[in-house]
Design a protein around this ligand. Structure first.
Ligand code: ZN
Length: 285
């Protein structure tokens, strides 16, 4: 009886884990079509994209070495074409580890500052051979892919990968779709982040492919920018009125975002991170 109950509890825990998107095994890998020959690659909670052309494949974040080996084998099996380019969204290890898996046949590209961070932080991946500061257009098999730097945001080296024919963009961690930004804005630049979202809003596209969660649309960029501005405004006002950070955490009202992912988990941390940022701005210079 006890054994049966334990087994049932375990089954329920597993079901609950799945329904809330928690505790997914790292082996949860998938390739999903986005549009035309543009596809999404999933490794548990992390996503990247790749474009298949007659001259080969342009891939983005390898995610980790095991995931990259799986993807490489799947691409060979399904499309029988080599990966010619590998583009890193930004330097963070949870997205770009394992680049060496593709580096034998692919040119690795990232922002100038991503290369610097990869070397400085000894990221476990291939060091980019080609870097750029503002924009770079990659042409492959008659397709054009635009790599665009919008300024500092979630990191100092995040880029947008734009697929003009598919009217899609790939952007990781700085335009979460209906989801709060990660924790307390580690490694981030809050004011520049808002400015870079404004620049992304000016792009012409329909599909937003983020590094986590569901696909989004152009409206999601604006929604994220407004979330950041509202949080910054509220935290600034409360700190200016002399409130301590603990009080600010109680007084900030962001309920209209309660349906967004990670709301309960990240809101207190988002407030702390924003308070830390605002305090540096309010300090007499
Ligand atoms: Zn990141």
């Amino acid at each position: 009886m006890i054994q049966a109950r334990t087994a049932l509890t375990l089954v329920l825990a597993l079901l609950a884990g799945y329904s809330f998107g928690l505790a997914q095994p790292a082996s949860q890998r998938q390739i999903m079509p986005i549009k035309g020959e543009l596809y999404r690659f999933r490794n548990a909670d992390h996503f990247s994209v790749f474009l298949v052309t007659p001259a080969g494949i342009l891939a983005t974040d390898p995610i980790d070495a095991d995931a990259a080996r799986w993807l490489k084998a799947e691409l060979a099996k399904r499309f029988a074409k080599p990966v010619r380019y590998l583009i890193y969204s930004h330097d963070h290890a949870d997205h770009i580890s394992g680049g060496e898996v593709f580096a034998d046949g692919a040119v690795v590209i990232a922002h100038d500052y991503a290369k610097a961070a990869i070397l400085r932080e000894r990221r476990p991946t291939a060091v980019p051979e080609v870097t750029f500061s503002e924009r770079l257009t990659v042409e492959l098999g008659g397709k054009k892919v635009e790599l665009i730097y919008l300024g500092k945001n979630h990191s100092d080296n995040s880029i947008v990968v734009r697929f003009p024919d598919e009217r899609a963009v790939f952007a990781v961690d700085f335009i979460p779709v209906k989801s709060l930004p990660f924790r307390d804005f580690p490694d981030a630049y809050v004011d520049e982040w808002i400015e870079s979202l404004k620049r992304a809003e000016a792009f012409d596209f329909d599909i937003l492919a983020p590094g986590h969660g569901e696909l989004g649309r152009k409206e999601d960029v604006r929604a994220m920018r407004i979330y950041m501005q509202e949080l910054r405004d509220q935290v600034t006002q409360l700190l200016r009125s002399g409130r301590a950070v603990d009080e600010v955490k109680q007084l900030v009202t962001m309920e209209k975002y309660s349906s967004w992912g990670n709301y309960k988990q990240y809101l207190p941390l988002n407030i702390e991170g924003m308070a830390r940022h605002v305090q540096t701005q309010l300090k007499p210079k």
